[in-house]
Design a protein. Structure first.
Length: 532
């Protein structure tokens, strides 16, 4: 387990908590006090990575020989151990991130985390995610199988649900039959340590191989690049900044290694005049709540709103600006987030955006930035679209006021890929033509299209797509949320041609190993055995 507060915590390698091979250390900060927290953590060097990769390679071979039930049992036991340490996790995460204890951490993020882990366990046990295809006529059978060791880089804003050894990428990789090497985020290393302790204990209890779950707190940039491109790595899951993610992608791509990235998104919202005339106050409330939730530190935060130039739009802008100025100013996750937010707002203003809120509200003592509303004309946005659609991560947003529907469509055409996009329209079919034109443009630029609903919530639903065209993610065909679909990222398609029946993997044999598993046999999806 980790050391006391006076010494440096240990890393989890090959089923053991041991000291890092490096002498470099760091401390996390409490964003509310701007003071370092007492615990010290190592910055691992390449020898730590080398040992983790060797252990994960061995574990990958061992896991392939185990029944899927074993991984499912591990995940379920892990979810239970997380719940056993609920109070400890919430307290540490609150100190490291300043995210509210309730409802955010206790009532929302922790239950979501254990829920998606249990959903992953169910998917592993069921096996339908493997997409088994059996063609008896040609003697060819195929299915998805584990890819190999998966590296997971967790983000700063979801210490539980997207954590490197607790989040969706972790759960999907394990359920698909792969070991995980987690790289904690430097903002919440203590939170990740507790998760890794719980995961390790669950792995021991369920007989998983020693290298199934490994965890390091921090790497220097060169070692991070080296890790994702190592020959022993099957794939990487990364959630974080666009700049760092693209460097990792370049290294992984050069080595031919899959890497699944969630990078940046401004999540455009189009609000038509008819909707404002019908329910302007309600939309203003919805938008303000969504945009300022968690101080705007959500990947699905609605950062850009497209309006048409009408009196209703002007009244709406004023109403939102008033709400922003009256709302409490939230604490940001770190000094770096605060500095990047300040730079981002300055960049938008330099490109022609006008700030319509001021700094009259009293700022908290921790890392923060005033709730900020900016506006720009459709003409100016089109002229400076590359800069004006930069992600500004935090409690700031930009209104784009277009002349008419045609110019709003042009603004949409200028947008890069995003996680989400939304159109607010009248509750009747009035002016559906405008909604359809704008939604059609958004559809090609977003992973999830919404109507009359803010995008902040991401349900852990089998139908969810938490992905989208670049730069929202590195590949538009995959989702990081939504089980069992998310498991396919960490698998490879394996085909067996004329292989003797007793040598086939369990899932491809004539007898269905699980009565609930769907398989395609001679063009028909069925849960039956071959020949029935």
């Amino acid at each position: 387990m980790g050391h006391s507060n006076m010494t440096t915590h240990r890393i989890l390698i090959r089923g053991q908590w041991r000291e890092s091979r490096s002498q470099a250390t760091f401390q996390a900060e409490n964003p509310r006090t701007r003071q370092p927290l007492p615990d010290t953590y190592p910055v691992s060097a390449w020898p730590d990575c080398e040992e983790a990769l060797d252990a994960a390679t061995q574990a990958a071979t061992q896991i392939r020989r185990l029944p899927a039930e074993r991984a499912a049992s591990f995940l379920e036991r892990y979810a239970g151990r997380i719940e056993d340490r609920r109070n400890e996790l919430v307290e540490i995460a609150h100190n490291e991130t300043a995210l509210p204890v309730s409802p955010r951490l206790t009532d929302v993020e922790l239950p979501r985390t254990t829920d998606q882990i249990r959903q992953a366990a169910a998917a592993a046990r069921d096996g339908s995610w493997r997409r088994v295809i059996i063609d008896t006529g040609s003697g060819i059978r195929s299915c998805l199988e584990p890819l190999g060791p998966v590296c997971v880089f967790g983000p700063n804003n979801f210490p539980f649900a997207f954590g490197s050894v607790s989040g969706g990428d972790f759960a999907a990789a394990i359920a698909a039959g792969n070991p995980v090497i987690g790289k904690a985020h430097s903002s919440h290393p203590g939170t990740t340590r507790v998760f890794a302790e719980a995961a390790h204990a669950a792995a021991v209890e369920t007989g998983m191989p020693e290298g199934t779950v490994q965890m390091m707190y921090r790497l220097d940039h060169a070692d991070g690049l080296r890790l994702v491109s190592d020959r022993r790595v099957g794939a990487t899951g990364y959630t974080g900044s666009r700049k760092s993610g693209l460097k990792l992608k370049e290294a992984a791509d050069a080595a031919g290694k899959p890497i699944y990235l969630e990078l940046s998104s401004i999540n455009p919202v189009v609000i038509l005049p008819d909707a404002l005339e019908e329910r302007s106050d309600a939309i203003a409330d919805e938008f303000t709540t969504s945009c300022l939730l968690g101080a705007g530190q959500f990947c699905t935060n609605p950062g850009l709103v497209i309006l048409l130039d009408t009196p209703a739009s002007e009244a709406f802008i004023s109403a939102v600006a008033h709400r922003f100025q009256q709302a409490p100013i939230g604490t940001l996750l770190s000094k770096g987030v605060a500095e990047n937010l300040q730079r981002g707002v300055a960049l938008l203003k330099k490109a022609g955006a006008q700030q319509i809120t001021d700094k009259t509200a009293e700022q908290p003592s921790g890392y923060s930035y005033p709730n900020t509303v900016l506006r720009v004309s459709g003409d100016q946005f089109i002229k400076e679209s590359e800069v004006l659609q930069s992600e500004v991560f935090g409690n700031a947003m930009l209104f784009v006021v277009a002349r008419d529907v045609q110019q709003a469509c042009t603004v949409v055409e200028e947008l890069e890929g995003n996680l989400t996009g939304c159109v607010y329209s009248h509750s009747t079919a009035r002016n559906d033509w405008a909604c359809e034109r704008l939604a059609s443009g958004l559809r090609r630029r977003v992973g999830r299209l919404l109507n009359d609903k803010m995008p902040t919530g991401v349900a852990v639903s089998p139908a969810m797509n938490h992905g989208g065209p670049y730069p929202a993610t590195g590949h538009p065909g995959f989702t990081s949320v939504g089980i069992p679909t998310s498991l396919t990222r960490f698998s490879m398609l394996c085909c067996y041609d004329n292989v003797r029946p007793h040598r086939l993997p369990t899932w491809l044999q004539d007898e269905n190993p699980n009565p609930g598993t769907w398989r395609q046999i001679d063009g028909r999806w069925t849960q039956a055995n071959v020949g029935e």
